[in-house]
Write a protein that binds this ligand. Structure first.
Ligand code: SIN
Length: 563
């Protein structure tokens, strides 16, 4: 039963943490079902060209993968997703993503997303690594994420104007509130340090990934996986944390991505001697899956004792005419120019950087986690859709598809139902966990924090921890081994803060996988082990020292009595 404003008779209140593509897609879908949404963003909601604190969404270059080409099909897109994921993609997740993704992108186009088109008005579909067909929808050349973000933000602003979405800016969640076995709200922390409790029938984590924990990263500064730590603290299972994707081509000395679409257009990789090394390593050469290309660059750099390889895009300019690079890739061209280089005339130095986290909070295809009332969508979630290595441009698609699915599910699953049926009735059932190796339970000890709770372990107050970042790069980079993992573990367990806590979980996950698969490569276990061809879930318990629990927060949590 809905009223004239489209509200259902008993609307659910939904707290969405994060305003990237997944968070906004979730919020918009929930509102369309008649529910009330509070959207919390660490950024701001501008009046025009809003970035809504866009995070990695606004930085995305390549595009959105969808089987929209005449010769393409969801089945082919699914097959490429499975192949890139190195044997552990959940087939039901990949089938759903690639099938529903077609309609999701069509709906986006209908909503005003101005994708690039060719002279005949057809979508200009790009090619990226490990896709057998051109299927990358892009906008503004390499500004796909920013344009997508602006379209979604405008729709969110429209719902703010209609009183259907409340946006809380410059704010993030400090903790989740657990009541009777279900998440019933969160304690929010504003940028000025004030804490505010919020009740909700459901909390949706759309907080992004953790590749920003690494010192060399293409991610925005906030991508530190704090949503995973929040979820673990209320007992949620996590999975796949060992799989961190390194993007092969990030401009040397910067965090500026040089999109795979540039290689899709014909750019090639050269070593310091000018040799095109990828041809000998993989039939797809520069368009081999991302983990393969990054690993090969890593090997070349180590062998040659050099800091970067070279991306030669001059052939694109030669073949397609002067100005092609600036026209197709305006954002990258500007970044290259800022580095004092001219890529239309010379190869540019690039090297891999941490780019995407396949691991996250275990969730089903509607975002349900193992804890009732808690949902996860986008990069913070681990649905199994990416396996051990995400296929290029599947991440914006993931945010669109799974974000909207969760927005529709949360209302139907509202907390009143859980209470009637008992805790656990609407948390993720055994099915999503059944295909995984048995969930392992581990404890993580946390050092004494500085009380700010900002994930900061070095007292800088900026949420980063240089020691943790350095140990991640040294022990949990493109190649790992038992000694490196142990050394990194020593650093993590000696540091306070969320970054060190999550790094410990990544390390334990990586240690448990004694094989090489996709983005997880161990020089001491170089083979892929068929017996480990499954995802692995963990239930971590975080043991804080008493000093690490700020009194003010405990007070706030107590004030949030059961609804
Ligand atoms: C890129 O444009 O190369 C990145 C796209 C992605 O991460 O999927």
């Amino acid at each position: 039963m809905t009223d004239r404003a489209g509200r259902v008779g008993n609307p659910a209140s939904i707290l969405v943490l994060g305003a990237g593509v997944a968070g906004m897609s979730c919020a918009l879908a929930a509102v369309a079902e008649g529910h009330d949404v509070v959207l919390v963003t660490p950024g701001t909601l501008g009046s025009e060209h809003s970035e809504l604190g866009g995070g990695n969404t606004a930085l995305a270059q390549g595009g959105i993968a969808a089987a929209l080409g005449a010769a393409d099909s969801a089945a082919d897109h699914c097959a490429d997703t499975l192949a890139a994921g190195a044997g552990i993609v959940d087939p039901s997740a990949a089938e759903l993503l690639t099938a529903e993704g077609i309609d999701a992108v069509r709906a986006l186009l209908a909503a005003g997303f101005a994708a690039d088109r060719d002279a005949t008005g057809e979508l200009s579909l790009g090619l990226e690594a490990a896709h057998r067909r051109p299927r990358i929808v892009h906008a503004g050349g390499d500004r796909t994420g920013a344009i997508l973000h602006a379209v979604l933000a405008a729709r969110v602003r429209g719902q703010v104007g209609a009183g259907r979405i409340e946006v809380i800016e410059c704010c993030s969640a400090r903790s989740l509130v657990l009541d009777g076995g279900a998440v019933t709200g969160a304690v929010l922390r504003h940028d000025d340090g004030t804490l505010a409790p919020r009740r909700a029938d459901a909390v949706v984590l759309a907080t992004g990934g953790y590749a920003g924990l690494y010192p060399r990263t293409s991610n925005h500064a906030g991508a530190r996986g704090e949503g995973i730590v929040l979820a673990v603290r209320v007992g949620a299972a996590v999975a796949d944390l060992e799989f961190v994707q390194f993007h092969p081509t990030v401009l040397a000395g910067t965090g500026e991505l040089v999109s795979e679409a540039v290689r899709g257009d014909g750019a090639v990789l050269l070593d310091g001697a000018g040799r095109r090394f990828m041809r000998a390593r993989h039939p797809l050469a520069e368009l081999a899956p991302r983990d393969v290309v990054s690993r090969e660059i890593h090997r070349v750099l180590r062998e040659r004792d050099e800091a970067s390889v070279w991306l030669d895009a001059t052939g694109i300019e030669r073949d397609r005419g002067s100005g092609t690079l600036a026209r197709h890739f305006p954002g990258i061209s500007a970044a290259v120019a800022r580095s004092g280089l001219d890529w239309s005339r010379e190869p540019i130095p690039v090297s891999p950087a941490a780019h995407y986290a396949m691991g996250g909070v275990v969730s089903d295809l509607d975002g349900r986690t193992t804890v009732p009332g808690l949902y996860a969508v986008g990069e913070v979630a681990a649905t199994g859709v990416h396996g051990a290595n995400r296929l290029a441009s599947n991440s914006l698609l993931e945010g669109l598809v799974f974000g909207a699915r969760a927005g529709r599910a949360v209302g139907a699953d509202r907390a009143g139902d859980w209470r009637l049926r008992g805790a656990g009735a609407r948390g993720l059932s055994g099915t999503a966990l059944a295909s995984m190796l048995p969930a392992d339970s581990r404890g993580i000890g946390v050092g004494v924090g500085d009380g700010t709770g900002d994930g900061d372990g070095d007292g800088t107050g900026d949420g980063t921890d240089a020691a943790v970042a350095g140990a991640l790069a040294a022990g949990l980079g493109i190649e790992r081994d038992a000694d490196g993992l142990r050394d990194a573990g020593r650093v993590f367990s000696s540091r306070p803060g969320a970054a060190a806590t999550l790094a410990s979980m990544i390390r334990i996950s990586a240690e448990s996988r004694t094989e090489s698969r996709g983005a997880h490569q161990r020089s001491d276990h170089p083979e892929t082990d068929p017996a480990q061809a499954a995802r692995r879930a963990f239930r971590f318990t975080i043991t804080d020292l008493p000093e690490a629990a700020p009194a003010a927060e405990s007070q706030l949590l107590r004030s949030l009595s059961p609804c």
